[in-house]
Design a protein around this ligand. Structure first.
Ligand code: ADP
Length: 307
């Protein structure tokens, strides 16, 4: 079984003519509400693509949004989530200018109320069944650190998406089976680990250097429409191109990539095969607007890979 520990948000997406100036009121050109949060996007990817029950530790409020999410989680067969009385469900308010530039304000709400005891309860309930846990950084830092330590003690394979980058603690990296930074997160971790400047032209050398300096077993750098770069336990580097699609919205492509990656790895124990499937799923997700609304089905992925 796959477990996910992470965040849940309700995203409000507002397209505007220009970024709203101080004191200005303007009507948006488009307004949408999405189910989001990295944890929930990844958990929904796993459950939707596998059609299997998936353990998801996340905290939501008992407000209006929490009630809607509860129905959505139950529909997607996600179990293990916590509803916190008197707390607000996490939100993200995303203003996207006509040019495509965005500004985001988050209100973490219940996401920041996760407690160590909840991690203990979750692992006690599921640890006999858990093969892999996927975790990201949209939780309080002490919860990320604690979860990583506990998962290591219990010998559960960890896939770690170090986003947003600031909460990545270098002392935790030796616990990791697969680290999946994007370029921005990679450069941050590289610079902190080596005290050297990140250089785009030396990406492969710097990837090898990071691998040698840490005990991370596998590192996959995702590079958006340029694909991904993978270094394995034997320090061999493999490049994967992205699939060519008409991308309309890349929101959550990294989350769909991560969710599909763990799922395929559980099936095949082959990271190269898993990266190929994850790249296909992520590419397909960019052809639809939204976060969880853009997750493809297994049939769609298989059909896409045949062509
Ligand atoms: P993040 O959203 O975490 O920053 P990336 O932007 O690197 O992650 O995207 C993750 C993966 O999604 C990439 O490695 C690639 O396989 C796929 N992907 C992202 N954008 C595109 C695109 N425009 N076309 C095809 N595949 C894409």
């Amino acid at each position: 079984m796959i477990g996910i520990i992470g965040s849940t948000n309700i995203d409000a997406y507002l397209k505007t003519d220009h970024f709203t100036k101080p004191g200005e009121t303007q009507n948006s050109l488009d307004y949408k509400i999405f189910y989001g949060g990295k944890g929930a996007n990844q958990a929904s990817t796993v459950s939707k693509i596998s059609n299997k029950q998936t353990a998801f530790l996340t905290c939501i409020g008992n407000d209006f949004y929490g009630t809607a999410l509860q129905k959505e989680f139950d529909k997607n067969d996600l179990i293990g989530y916590q509803i916190l009385k008197g707390e607000k469900t996490g939100r993200a308010f995303i203003e996207v200018e006509k040019t495509g530039e965005n500004r985001i304000i988050t209100a973490p709400g219940a996401n920041h109320k996760m407690k160590k005891e909840m991690v203990d309860d979750f692992l006690d309930r599921f640890d006999k069944d858990l093969d892999i846990v996927l975790i990201q950084n949209e939780l309080p830092k002490e919860i990320i650190d604690y979860s990583l330590t506990k998962l290591k003690e219990k010998n559960i394979k960890i896939f770690y998406d170090p986003a947003p980058k600031e909460k990545t603690d270098l002392s935790n990296l030796e616990h990791i089976f697969v680290l999946t930074p994007n370029l921005n997160e990679f450069s941050y971790i590289y610079e902190k680990t080596t005290n050297k400047k990140y250089d785009e032209n030396k990406l492969k050398d710097q990837l090898l250097e990071l691998k040698e300096k840490t005990k991370i077993e596998n590192i996959i750098i995702t590079l958006g429409k340029k694909g991904s770069l993978y270094i394995n336990q034997n320090k061999e580097i493999n490049e994967f191109g992205a699939f060519k699609v008409e991308a309309v919205d890349t929101t959550a492509s990294g989350d769909v990539f991560n969710g599909t990656l763990v799922l395929e790895f559980l099936e095949t124990e082959d990271l190269r095969k898993s990266i190929k499937k994850a790249s296909a799923a992520a590419a397909l997700s960019t052809t639809k607007i939204g976060a969880q609304t853009s997750i493809p089905t297994m049939e769609e992925i298989d059909e896409f890979l045949k062509n």
